[in-house]
Design a protein around this ligand. Structure first.
Ligand code: CTP
Ligand code: K
Ligand code: MG
Length: 187
């Protein structure tokens, strides 16, 4: 296969962005599947509203982190094979394999906190925040705890592509989950 000696073409940038973010994309969907049981906030309220709400559970959070980390380590095992076709795909360090999904769910939890503070009930939409909370969380936690891996992987073009494809993928997967009756709202 031909590969340009200098720079990476747009397909390469897209591939790196998607590959690197997969462990951050999966946890929210995994949480939908395994979520349930005691909520993280234990039912506590603040100014008459739930701290986070029943939609943020220990089980969903743990399941999402395990799913995302397992995916990252799974991608590592096929890395050498896939690298023959696509150059520049990163291998996940153990720390990045954990911070990507954990940060994604932290961002989602932070968004729920903001939703409750702004009077939105569980499941209410918060356009913009819904699509980007987990990107900010996963990239934020990763840049802090795995800065070397972060800057090696997320060059400016890759970061730009992540910010464009993430909302699109988020809207698409949630719509599919809704149509499959896995999720009660299409966002
Ligand atoms: N979920 C969970 N734990 C998490 C995140 C999600 O158990 N940390 C599960 C819950 O069953 C949740 C569902 O996944 O209802 C959908 O997730 P999400 O849309 O993020 O939660 P909402 O129910 O919409 O709640 P909120 O308004 O607080 O975002
Ligand atoms: K959410
Ligand atoms: Mg929701």
């Amino acid at each position: 296969l031909t590969q340009h000696a200098s720079g990476m073409d747009i397909v390469g940038v897209l591939a790196v962005a998607f590959w690197a973010m997969l462990p951050a994309y999966v946890p929210n969907n995994a949480a939908v599947l395994v979520g349930g049981g005691p909520p993280i906030d234990g039912g506590r309220t603040w100014n008459g509203r739930r701290l986070l709400g029943d939609g943020k559970t220990w089980l969903g959070t743990a399941g999402g982190i395990v799913a995302g980390a397992a995916l990252a380590l799974g991608l590592n095992t096929i890395h050498s094979t896939v690298s023959d076709a696509v150059a520049g795909l990163p291998e996940f360090t153990l720390v990045a394999a954990i911070t990507l999904p954990a940060g994604a769910l932290l961002g989602d939890i932070g968004a729920s906190f903001l939703k409750r503070r702004t009077g939105r009930e569980r499941g209410a939409a918060f356009p913009g925040l819904d699509q980007l909370d987990f990107v900010v969380g996963s990239l934020g936690l990763t840049v802090v705890l795995a800065p070397g891996w972060f800057f090696e992987t997320f060059t400016l073009p890759v970061l730009a592509v992540v910010l464009v494809i993430t909302p699109v993928l988020h809207v698409g997967t949630n719509l599919v989950a809704y149509m499959l009756s896995l999720k009660s709202e299409p966002w």
